[in-house]
Write a protein that binds this ligand. Structure first.
Ligand code: MSP
Length: 518
């Protein structure tokens, strides 16, 4: 049976600077979903990449004394290295300076030109280079960019325009018919009221600078960077390339675009209108997450309060890094992050609850059972406590899935944690160290350790999308295969899957406690 296709994307990041916690946040969240979907039998295509054109990148290159392409080629590896460090499993990495992309962009604008959606005009107004956004004089706040409060520059040029204004009604009808298209709900309301206010035609080309994809039908015009960037979602899966028609057919439309809340108008208004104009189907969902805040402020390069992912990974390890952002920040709302809360979460959930459970249990298996997994006890012999544990483990796949379907990572992790905490309590209550004192109780000792080990095996499966390294290590120590080979999660998570006679290895603590002050 062919697996259902699941296509999800992150924004493509500007290469004016290196990756930071904000850009890593979207990427980690998307990765956790991609991993979960692979584990549940989907044929996943997870796309991320780089937005390399535009004035902002050209300026960064000029400041460094390099050509824009040299600059992009220098920064691009910084992103791929960061994603490798964070164990991101993207299936493709698109750069907008690649031929395949430029070709697709030109095919798209030729199509829109042929369909009569474009016209030539004159633009006069303001432009925010850091946001790469056009603003009218009325939109400015104290003469500054209404989005980021930075300086704007006056632009006067001949442009090509896209008749965006004609799409207000079709867009409203689309939002109405597809209530899940924009999520969460607050963002949807925001977009709907914006579109109800009417749309202006959009300038899609620039003539006052050259770092972009040339418009195929107009000399000296390069594509406006946002319009170029949005197209990455279809050029990466073969749009405009006749040899890739089957791939495009299979992958598009995407199931999810993950974006930050600052770029929803591009993704929920301009992008669907462009696709409608070209007769291309629309993506299923644009999900807008919130900002990471430090001390109440958005973390951003211009505020000088950005942290590098590598510093935190060095200190906490990659799994704890991923866990923290997905567990402590509710996906879809703003969330404050701090060293204090990271250390607290690390010591509480990871070192105490999860790491300790694994260490104690594997040590006891070594000590009392010679490091060999016992047989699965008969269900008929289960005590009430055993039955509760089986029931909680049995309910986990559905609970977890429901949360993941709503992109509630924190809730999904909480569901997994119910099993982890229960297993800890179970060990406390059943006290294997007492059972070990009496020869007659050895069968019960084996049953208790089996139940706890089985809970750990199952919990590791549900930790794997967020904490891939330690989950794989838990399975390895349990003498099981590669946890990441799982594509039938529900079957794998069935109680009794831990085979008897496997060799359990003790190993180092998964999450050594952090004692230093922060
Ligand atoms: N290049 C455009 C996207 C084009 S997609 C067709 C862009 N790039 S960006 O590098 O500036 O930002 C990319 C994403 O990072 C945005 O979704 C933005 O919301 C996110 N973040 C940047 N700083 C952030 C935080 N402090 N917190 C969370 N995410 C934020 O925009």
């Amino acid at each position: 049976m062919t697996k259902p296709s699941f296509y999800l994307t992150t924004p493509i990041y500007y290469v004016n600077s290196v990756p930071h916690l904000g850009t890593a946040y979207t990427t980690v969240a998307a990765d956790a979903l991609a991993r979960y979907k692979r584990m549940t039998g989907h044929d996943v295509f997870f796309l991320t990449g780089l937005d390399e054109h535009g004035q902002k990148v050209a300026q960064a290159a000029a400041d460094a004394g390099l050509s824009p392409q040299e600059w992009c080629d220098r920064i691009a590896p910084r992103f791929s290295e960061a994603w490798e460090m964070l164990r991101i499993t993207n299936d493709d990495f698109i750069r907008t300076t690649e031929e395949r992309h430029k070709h697709g962009v030109q095919a798209f604008w030729t199509e829109l030109h042929d369909r009569g959606h474009l016209y030539q005009g004159h633009y006069e107004g303001w432009y925010c280079v850091p946001d790469e956004t056009f603003w009218t004089a009325e939109q400015l706040v104290d003469g500054k960019c209404p989005q980021c409060a930075r300086e704007v520059e006056f632009v006067r040029e001949d442009n090509w325009f896209f008749k965006l204004s004609e799409f207000a009604e079709p867009l409203l009808a689309f939002y109405e018919a597809n209530p899940g298209f924009i999520q969460p709900e607050t963002r949807r309301n925001e977009v709907v009221s914006f579109v109800r206010g009417g749309l202006k035609d959009l300038s899609i080309s620039r003539t006052t600078f050259t770092w972009g994809v040339p418009l195929p039908f107009a000399e000296n015009h390069v594509t406006y960077v946002w319009i170029d960037a949005l197209l990455n979602y279809i050029t990466a899966v073969g749009y405009g390339d006749p040899d890739k028609a089957a791939e495009f057919e299979r992958r598009w439309p995407a199931q999810y675009h993950f974006v930050g809340k600052d770029i929803i108008r591009f993704h929920c208004v301009i992008w669907p209108a462009m696709l409608m104009a070209a007769g291309v189907p629309l993506p299923e969902t644009v999900f807008a997450h919130g900002f990471l805040l430090t001390k109440g402020e958005k973390m951003s390069k211009s505020k000088g309060n950005v942290m590098a992912p590598a510093d935190l990974v060095e200190r906490f390890g990659v799994d704890a890094y991923r866990y923290h952002f997905l567990r402590d920040v509710q996906f879809g709302t703003d969330g404050s992050i701090s060293m204090e809360s990271m250390v607290q979460r690390y010591n509480g959930d990871l070192a105490n609850d999860w790491g300790n459970l694994v260490s104690r249990l594997f040590n006891m298996t070594e000590k009392y059972l010679g490091g060999v997994t016992p047989a699965c006890p008969e269900e008929a012999e289960a005590t009430e406590a055993d039955a509760v544990m089986r029931a909680v483990a049995g309910a986990l796949p559905a609970r977890y899935d429901k949360r993941m379907a709503g992109l509630d990572y924190a809730g999904a992790l909480e569901a997994a944690w119910d099993l982890v905490k229960l297993a800890n309590r179970y060990i406390e209550n059943e006290a294997p160290w007492n059972l070990a004192k009496d020869e007659a109780l050895v069968p019960r000792l084996a049953a208790v350790l089996y139940n706890a080990l089985e809970s750990v095996r199952i919990a590791a499966l549900f930790c794997a999308p967020v904490m891939p390294v330690t989950s794989a290590e838990v399975w390895r120590r349990l003498g099981l295969g590669d946890i990441h080979d799982t594509d039938d999660l529900v079957t794998r998570a069935t109680w009794g899957g831990l085979p008897a006679g496997a060799r359990v290895e003790k190993g180092e603590p998964l999450f050594p406690r952090i004692y230093e002050e922060v």
